[in-house]
Ligand binder design. Structure first.
Ligand SMILES: [Zn+2]
Length: 82
């Protein structure tokens, strides 16, 4: 009986998620694009069409821009309620 070979599953570290959950429609359809100059980000939901564009810091990654987008989304919602 031969030993069972274990399959090594490697998870590539470089692959960061680029599709995020939308705070508006709840679907995983939000794309974050960062400008080449790393000065601003464009966030767009492919499902409900929410779009946002804002300035970012050069160190920001897609995830950071997404967090900012969420912040902005809820802040604008609060203002609407008031
Ligand atoms: Zn959406």
């Amino acid at each position: 009986m031969g030993r069972r070979r274990r399959k090594v599953i490697r998870i590539p570290k470089k692959k960061l998620p680029r599709i995020f959950t939308c705070p508006g429609c709840g679907k995983q359809a939000v794309r974050v694009e960062i400008s080449k100059e790393h000065t601003y980000a464009v966030v767009r939901c492919g499902s409900c069409g929410i779009t946002d564009e804002f300035d970012i810091k050069p160190v920001f990654k897609e995830v950071d821009a997404y967090c900012l987008f969420i912040d902005r989304f809820y802040k604008s919602k609060e203002q609407l309620v008031k």
